[in-house]
Design a protein around this ligand. Structure first.
Ligand SMILES: O=C(O)CCC(=O)C(=O)O
Length: 261
């Protein structure tokens, strides 16, 4: 689908210096002795999905080396579990590892008949550092909970869904930080009521499939990237990370959310 893509203003890089791009010697590019290096701006792509839904993508959000350090830490120290959930009335093991972290006293998260235990931020100081970087990149945003996902191989995935639980309110902002193996992140428009009931049978199913494909966006989420879904994205769109046979190494994804209080 042709997306309405615009490039937002550069995001200042709080780390300064390397932003994951090629390293530059400290006196390169006409820099004079004693002159402070300006932090490199981070490219910010804004996709207007229409109807008040928007996606912001910052491919080089975290410095590459720092992001690898955080990947190693998260991979080893997060108490990952692979719980049993219920999908369409059937029990299944969730096809990825998960963990949940949240402020104390928030409404419990529950999805697919599963209520994850909420760990405290104090157990994982690194998560507070990552949250700080996200808050700095998104002034005015406030996240108080985090769902962590680990996809061990390309066989792990998350199927089509929307994070439209009432505890996030009608227009939740969700900030997603990726570490490790790059994977495709897809967005598709939810079928409208009239599409959903416009006849049964093979022909109607095909029409719906074509209409859905025409309204699909794909983002390649790289190591150290940030993707933000805003506005009515959870009400009107679904997202997924499909299986990918060629993805052989682990990917960790953190989705920061705000539970209404
Ligand atoms: O792994 C991702 O990029 C997406 C995770 C996701 O969809 C979710 O946590 O709801």
């Amino acid at each position: 689908m042709a997306s309405r893509l615009r490039f937002g203003g550069p995001t200042p890089n709080p780390e300064g210096g390397s932003d994951g791009g090629p390293s530059v010697s400290s006196k390169a590019a006409g820099e004079r002795e004693g002159e402070a290096r300006m932090p490199e701006p981070r490219r910010r792509e804004v996709t207007d999905l229409g109807g008040g839904s928007e996606v912001v993508h910052i491919p080089r959000f975290l410095p590459r080396e720092r992001a690898w350090e955080w990947f190693e830490f998260l991979d080893k120290t997060i108490p990952w579990t692979r719980p049993e959930i219920r999908v369409f009335g059937r029990s299944a093991i969730q096809p990825r590892d998960v963990c949940y972290v949240a402020d104390e006293g928030l409404t419990d998260l529950k999805y697919s008949c599963h209520q994850p235990r909420a760990h405290s931020w104090n157990e994982f100081p690194v998560l507070k550092d990552i949250l700080k970087a996200v808050h700095e990149a998104l002034p005015g945003s406030y996240f108080n909970s985090l769902l962590l996902n680990r996809y061990k191989t390309g066989s792990d995935y998350v199927s089509w869904h929307a994070d439209d639980e009432p505890l996030y309110g009608p227009t939740p902002e969700i900030a997603s930080v990726t570490f490790g193996c790059e994977r495709e992140f897809l967005l598709r428009k939810k079928p409208t009521k009239s599409q959903a009931i416009s006849g049964t049978g093979e022909a109607a199913r095909k029409r719906l499939k074509v209409a859905t494909l025409q309204q699909q966006h794909s983002f390649l989420l790289k190591h150290g990237s940030l993707l933000v879904m805003r506005g009515y994205t959870q009400r009107d769109w679904q997202h997924s990370v499909p299986k990918r046979a060629k993805a052989s190494t682990p990917r960790i994804n953190l989705t920061f959310r705000h539970v209404l209080t």
